[in-house]
Design a protein around this ligand. Sequence first.
Ligand SMILES: [Zn+2]
Length: 587
Amino acid sequence: MANLCMMRITGLLAISSGLVLLLSCTPRSGVDMILTGGTILSMDKYLAPAEAMAIVDGRILAVGTKEEILTLGTWRTKRINLRGAVVVPGLTDSHFHFRSFGRSLEELQLVGTRSAAEIVSLVADRAQKLPAGTWIRGRGWDQNDWELKTFPTSTVLDQATSNHPVMLTRVDGHAIWVNSRAMNLAGVTSSTLTPEGGAILRDKHHNPTGVFVDNAADLIRKVIPSPSKEDTRRWLLAAAQRCLEVGLTEIHDAGANATTLEVLKELIDKEQFAMRYYGMLDGDDEQLLETYFQRGPVINYGGRMTVRSVKLYADGALGSRGAALLQPYSDDPENRGLLVTSQEELESTVTRIFQAGFQPCIHAIGDRANRMVLDVYERALAPFAEADLRPRIEHAQVLARTDIRRFARLGVLPAMQPSHATSDMYWAEDRLGAERVRGAYAWRQLLNTGAIIPGGSDCPVEREEPLLQLYAARTRQDISGWPEGGWFPEERMGGLEALKSLTTWAAYAAFEESTRGKILPGFDADLTVISVNPVTCEPHLLPEAKILMTIVAGQVIWHDKKGFRDLEHGHPPGSTTSTPPGGSSDE
Ligand SMILES: [Zn+2]
């Protein structure tokens, strides 16, 4: 079958299946790189999986058979034998907290800890190594994972250290647990008023017990010395390095501050930033918004950075019962959760965002928050009927059944994180009850209405590896395979859908679908090379699969040479199957 597909040098894109296009103008010096001997999943329904491809000037030149592609090589062409590995468009995480992730790489990692006591000993350990007075920070605790499922207290944490202030962020980022030293520094006492949109847990004498939810956490955060620019630089570089190792070529940063953007720009100017970055401005920073709204969107700065969206919040999270529900929590009948921004305020901000040519990305977890945001979008979109605005709801986690079809109808993108379902499934039904939980993490119901789901991790809330998101999307099981058959398995994604959520759909959510998210001539040569075929392999192979190579703009940034050698000594199952993406039933 002749299906060579090539870019014309005029920039005209020729996409075809079964049609050979002669190069009207082969680059005189030949192509930069040729990859052969693998399976190339273009993610384009008209292009069957190919075995080879060619790259020139950071872009894809051609996709086709080995014979066709080899004719494009010259003496200077770098040749890569894929040894049966699978090439997919560069994986993109469309909800990531980039700077916090970099910082978390330096913090105490508390995900998976089994008790408060275990955490106390980790903190005590760290305290030994740090000068008195230094803040000790950690992240990832979840009292739902402990035998004793009540919130922990400052008294417990005081056992670890009284010389260091300690602040430990809950796994969902919506609550913090601190020691007495931290509360003293913040001047928090029994007479401290609870801020709107927040909660301070207290004992019967009204004394704060050490856990601060949502907006109340600012009482503590504001006394932490702010990080230096050098801290930020170190964090961003560490985050990028790790992202590239796990196969991510791009992330959508769900809330960037001014320093992050400034440092990123400097790194890009010095050619020290290898991956792609799609930034959402921190919507709480009015000055930042003002600056960017006047200047207009930044598109593909230095070929690396786009800033054209704004992150806003409608409510909190489900785990800490901060998500705003239409009806009370099933396990807390007095509580309907918290809206952190009013409808009027959201609507006026969203209108300003549209007028400035930016994209709103609003965090909404509970069904009340989601309905409010859909209402806001519906009204704010009306005057812009002709415009292509692609507003997003981040998480879209719990939806009233009647609201599900509104996403596709309004053109609102539900940006969802598959592993939230598999992290929350142990207790989500307690919070929501048997009926309401059916509208939670409702991927299939959304897809059935014609919506697309840009996928992501919410890292560092969840782990950074995109293969774990593909696994969760296809199985709705945890890593141990629980529950058998999957949690509400009717909501699972197919293999192709799961991969689209991290490629084509993520690209669409960033207005980048004409250059990224597919392997087509003319597109950016952003590629992830995987040891298995993520569309057709048994899903349980995904968590163990290897990211063999990460390529950005035609440059090999990550290369697992040992992984490639292992491939030669026997392919892992699933790595050589070649069901055409277009032929799969879950299109
Ligand atoms: Zn987030």
